[in-house]
Write a protein that binds this ligand. Structure first.
Ligand code: IMP
Length: 178
């Protein structure tokens, strides 16, 4: 087990890369099976989901497209509840099957707001693929179609996820010690 220090916090290995990739493969198989013939548009939510998106896309074997959007609702280790606007989606999604690709669903407020925003643009279907979910933190009802892993409430970093901008580069996921 490895320990890392980021600013004032220590973290230890929690989910090794091999376990992450196994679950990403599983989710990709489910998506390939469900959305064959749909030419889905994957909408990847930056910054946190860049690694998940890359690995997920590499495992898909159906015709599909990917686009990257930005929004932010997080400062430090606790959700602020504030949600910024969606930026960067230039594609016309009307009549299309859209798959939102997110790093982690915590309270679920970000995802709920994003789904509502995208619904306003007339897609045929919106699905959600999230790397992680903290089920005990969910504050809103959400239909999460594809979930790679469920985790406890603790703060994590790595595999795209950050603590104050740092830690996204680690290939494993780490959980906070103190
Ligand atoms: P929500 O709106 O509370 O669901 O927050 C979702 C966003 O919070 C995610 O997209 C992440 O950017 C961030 N987030 C939530 N939990 C963590 C964590 O444990 N580590 C790093 N970022 C997190």
């Amino acid at each position: 087990m490895k320990e890392i220090q980021i600013k004032d916090k220590r973290f230890r290995t929690f989910i090794p890369e091999a376990d992450i990739l196994r679950e990403v493969h599983r989710v990709a198989s489910e998506i390939s099976r469900d959305l064959e013939g749909e030419n889905p548009l994957f909408v990847s939510v930056l910054n946190g989901s860049f690694m998940f998106t890359a690995d997920l896309m590499k495992c898909l074997d159906i015709p599909c497209e990917v686009s990257f959007v930005k929004l932010a609702s997080y400062a430090g280790t606790s959700s602020t509840g504030k949600v910024k606007e969606l930026v960067g989606l230039n594609e016309d999604i009307s009549g299309r099957t859209v798959v939102i690709v997110e790093d982690i669903v915590d309270t679920g407020l970000t995802m709920k707001r994003l789904i509502e925003t995208l619904k306003g643009r007339g897609p045929k279907d919106i699905r959600v693929a999230t790397l992680l979910v903290k089920p005990d933190k969910l504050e809103v009802e959400l239909n999460l179609d594809y979930v790679a892993m469920k985790i406890p409430n603790d703060f994590i970093v790595g595999y795209g996820l950050d603590y104050d901008g740092l830690g996204r580069n680690y290939r494993d996921i780490y959980t906070v010690i103190d």
